[in-house]
Ligand binder design. Structure first.
Ligand SMILES: Nc1ncnc2c1ncn2[C@@H]1O[C@H](COP(=O)(O)OP(=O)(O)OP(=O)(O)O)[C@@H](O)[C@H]1O
Length: 246
């Protein structure tokens, strides 16, 4: 479980988070949405131990985020996929695990790459892969690392709309297979609804939780969900919350 209590993060002249408390159960999928600059990335970075809170605490499965990150129990997937350009897809996937001091497992890495649909691209370098494929490698890397918790920051923000939709459906499938605990920041209301068990709306800075909604849609959620009336209703409800209506 990820749990944060009273998180406050202050930069030089700006309070980015204020007294923010959040719990995500094991295997839960929480999507976070909010206006640009409200503090979503800062929240994610703080949950992952990349930013030190000024006040408050974070626990990732009972450990500090820094310890969880060191042990490879937290994986990041950001908009900038941060793949090493000189390494192949397979090497990118195995490298991070090695850095975390875990035993090499090339067979496992190939299996994860196959799961994200890249079995034919294991030897390809990032420059030869499409944006969606690069994000698939970044997701495979986080899974192969053995992370229980995935922190995802607008991972599909740079993809075209159709690829983005395809990747969201893909994430639903991957999550079903691996049951990671996920916190997923997005600017897209449909994406937040398709993916999340719960959707949190932030406002700020300083970031505070403005609203929260359970996304009551059956799983598995696949492409057909986009056309369902239930999905459209949830999207409309989240949009109203986002715009401060009830
Ligand atoms: N290292 C830093 N030093 C100073 N200010 C920062 C730092 N990181 C973020 N900020 C500020 O904190 C606020 C929140 O930034 P953050 O990136 O968390 O917002 P966001 O909601 O993720 O934005 P976006 O949706 O545009 O990515 C912004 O005003 C930003 O300028």
């Amino acid at each position: 479980m990820i749990s944060s209590e009273g998180l406050t993060v202050e930069f030089d002249d700006l309070t980015a988070l204020r007294d923010l408390s959040l719990e995500v159960d094991d295997g839960g999928f929480v999507t976070v949405i909010g206006p640009s600059g409200c503090g979503k990335t800062t929240l994610l970075r703080t949950l992952g131990g990349l930013e030190e809170p000024t006040e408050g605490s974070v626990s990732v499965g009972g450990a500090s985020p820094a310890a969880a990150r060191r042990d490879g129990r937290v994986g990041f997937v950001f908009q900038d996929h941060a793949l090493l350009p000189w390494k192949t897809a397979l090497e990118n996937v195995t490298f991070l695990r090695r850095m975390a001091g875990k035993p090499a497992d090339e067979t496992g890495a190939r299996e994860v790459l196959a799961t994200v649909g890249l079995e034919k691209f294991v030897d390809a370098r990032p420059a030869t892969l499409s944006g969606g494929m690069k994000q698939r490698v970044a997701i495979a890397r986080a899974i192969h690392l053995g992370a229980d918790v995935l922190l995802m920051d607008e991972p599909f923000g740079e993809l075209d709309e159709l690829t983005r939709e395809e990747m969201s459906v893909e994430i639903c499938r991957i999550w079903r297979n691996y049951r990671k605990t996920v916190v997923f920041v997005t600017h897209s209301i449909p994406e937040a609804v398709l993916l999340g068990d719960r959707c949190l709306g932030l406002h700020g800075p300083p970031a505070e939780i403005a609203w929260e909604r359970s996304i009551d849609l059956p799983r598995p959620r696949d492409r057909g969900v986009f056309e369902s009336a239930a999905f459209q209703e949830q999207v409309a409800a989240v949009r109203r919350l986002f715009h401060g209506e009830r």
